[in-house]
Design a protein around this ligand. Structure first.
Ligand SMILES: CC(=O)N[C@H]1[C@@H](OP(=O)(O)OP(=O)(O)OC[C@H]2O[C@@H](n3ccc(=O)[nH]c3=O)[C@H](O)[C@@H]2O)O[C@H](CO)[C@@H](O)[C@@H]1O[C@H](C)C(=O)N[C@@H](C)C(=O)N[C@H](CCC(=O)O)C(=O)O
Ligand SMILES: Nc1ncnc2c1ncn2[C@@H]1O[C@H](COP(=O)(O)OP(=O)(O)OP(=O)(O)O)[C@@H](O)[C@H]1O
Length: 485
């Protein structure tokens, strides 16, 4: 594309690509100087030019102008970037039905359910923590919500590949850092709001404000799908732009689940919508997943698909990797791998474990807490776990450059009552200990990493076998004593 097609009165030079990182700039690229947390893109103009940048978009004054480079000064580089992205990639999100899902917990689950169901009607993509997926493409993401350039390039690829809708996980970081400012959202979904990410946002108010941007910035004919049972519902409803629809279990709402029956294998409930009742049976288990399912059903129905059609597919939703993943190798006790990594997420999975574990049996939980992230939640993890668990095995979970034993001690400081806790640094060893000590009917919970097959250590991201693979292998090899196929 020509620079003159992007900026009025600019020279007629070719722009080959858009970049915010000087290290990845290519010949004839346009480099945007963003001010970040660690550093400032304005410092890397020389490097960007050396790598081939011919246009620099900046907001700060430039001391030395380099030859053969076009400098474009703007008021706000983030705003300019998002406007240019849309021109450069030809407004891809306007050609898609875009579902944006935000909230503390449940984003991956709700987006995956939306994709799973919507795919029955038209090809739907998914972008989030677990993967980036559409048609035959499946990629491992670096972030939950990708940076704006990558995100819009991917959406353009989706459109060109015939994809009609996308379910996008929208993190509070992504909202705060303008990663989704170029996206034309049709439906914005709110799951819930509890404590998380205060290391980044500083205060709970800032965290909520970041989340609420998805709804307050929605277009006039956009639709917000809100959890009526969440304490933040009213506050959020007040800032929503466009139509608001609600879902829930405990308050009157547009998509109401009543008469819940929950078991280890499936859940059923009566869905009340527009004075009609629909019996629903789903393979999703645990009450919080009823909320996730309601959010997805509401979003898809509001996007224009008949409710009767949508409900045909809720019984066979694909297992979402690492989310309440039941590991069944024939052992006489429950083993569940789950991505719970917030106090509320932990509480919810412990409640589920309590509901499936006989009173005279034990709940054994294996978990840690991430290094360099939300230090204050560690003690709370201990408090929550000790309310529900008989044995707590503390272990490493993305320690980064922190000492995992010190993190475990901070979790331990919250443990109260009779719960027994031990520390086994090696995560594989910790899972093995839990499985070897489990008695029939006990429940073993392996929490915090979900489907992740990497671990952030001091030296960076290193491979990890994955909790689900570790649990399966340990059950077969050490518990059942059979060889691995
Ligand atoms: C805290 C955070 O979100 N940081 C993101 C942010 O980094 P930053 O603001 O520190 O950027 P910076 O390093 O100061 O650099 C400023 C600018 O200079 C540029 N630069 C920098 C160095 C250089 O040599 N050349 C250069 O051009 C950078 O590309 C950037 O444009 O902008 C970067 C570029 O887009 C992101 O890669 C980076 O994500 C980091 C890697 C990250 O780990 N983010 C996590 C916390 C995150 O966003 N997580 C949420 C999900 C959370 C959840 O729900 O669990 C997510 O959406 O993934
Ligand atoms: N609706 C919910 N309410 C409370 N907890 C939930 C809910 N849905 C999922 N969880 C818990 O949170 C964990 C993470 O779920 P999920 O990956 O869907 O959330 P997320 O918001 O995408 O998290 P992240 O952005 O950190 O990946 C689950 O493994 C489960 O323990």
């Amino acid at each position: 594309m020509k620079l003159s097609e992007i900026f009025k009165d600019a020279p007629d030079i070719e722009v080959s690509g858009l970049y915010t990182d000087s290290r990845s700039v290519k010949e004839n690229g346009m480099f945007f100087c963003l001010d970040g947390i660690m550093t400032n893109g304005h410092k890397f103009i020389k490097q960007a030019v050396k790598k081939g940048a011919k246009t620099i978009v900046h907001s700060e004054d430039i001391k030395t102008f380099l030859d053969d480079v076009v400098y474009i000064k703007v008021e706000n580089v983030d705003t300019a970037l998002n406007q240019v992205i849309n021109k450069f990639y030809h407004y891809p999100s306007e050609e898609l039905k875009v579902f944006g899902v935000t909230g503390t917990n449940g984003k991956s689950t709700v987006t995956n359910i939306i994709k799973d169901i919507y795919d029955h009607f038209a090809p739907c993509g998914y972008i989030g923590t677990i993967s980036i997926e559409y048609k035959n493409v499946k990629m491992q993401p670096n972030l939950t919500t990708p940076d704006a350039i990558f995100l819009n390039r991917t959406l353009r690829d989706m459109v060109d590949d015939g994809v009609k809708a996308v379910a996008l996980e929208v993190s509070s970081h992504g909202l705060e850092q303008h990663r989704v400012d170029a996206i034309d959202f049709d439906i914005a979904v709110f799951t819930n709001f509890t404590y998380d990410h205060l290391d980044f946002h500083g205060t709970i108010e800032n965290y909520f404000h970041a989340k609420s941007k998805l709804f307050s910035n929605l277009k006039e004919d956009g639709i917000s799908v809100l959890n009526v049972d969440d304490p933040k519902y009213t506050e959020l409803a007040n800032v929503c732009h466009g139509k608001v629809v609600t879902y829930g279990i405990h308050h009157e709402c547009d998509y109401l689940a009543k008469n819940l029956h929950l078991s280890m294998k499936e859940s059923s409930f009566t869905l009340v919508h527009k004075d009609k009742v629909y019996p629903v049976t789903t393979n999703l288990v645990a009450e919080y997943n009823i909320y996730n399912l309601l959010a997805a059903i509401a979003a898809i129905v509001e996007s224009g698909i008949e409710i009767e059609e949508v409900l045909k597919y809720v019984g066979t939703i694909d297992q979402i990797e690492g989310r309440l993943e039941i590991i069944d190798e024939g052992q006489p006790f429950n083993v569940i791998v789950d991505f719970a990594h917030t106090p509320d997420g932990l509480e919810k999975i412990f409640q589920f474990a309590t509901s499936i574990t006989p009173e005279d049996s034990s709940i054994i939980a294996v978990f840690g807490s991430a290094g360099r992230r939300d230090v204050d939640k560690r003690k709370v993890f201990g408090e929550v776990a000790s309310k529900f668990c008989d044995t707590i095995i503390l272990t490493e979970d993305d320690p980064r450059d922190e000492d995992p034993r010190e993190i475990a001690n901070q979790i331990k400081s919250g443990i109260q009552g009779d719960a027994r806790s031990i520390y086994i640094e090696d995560r594989y060893g910790a899972i093995r200990q839990a499985i070897e000590q489990a008695n029939p009917n006990d429940t073993v919970l392996v929490l915090g990493k979900g489907d992740e097959v990497f671990m952030y250590r001091e030296e960076g991201r290193s491979p990890w076998v994955g909790d689900h693979n570790a649990a399966r292998e340990i059950i077969r090899r050490y518990y059942l004593g059979s060889s691995i196929s």
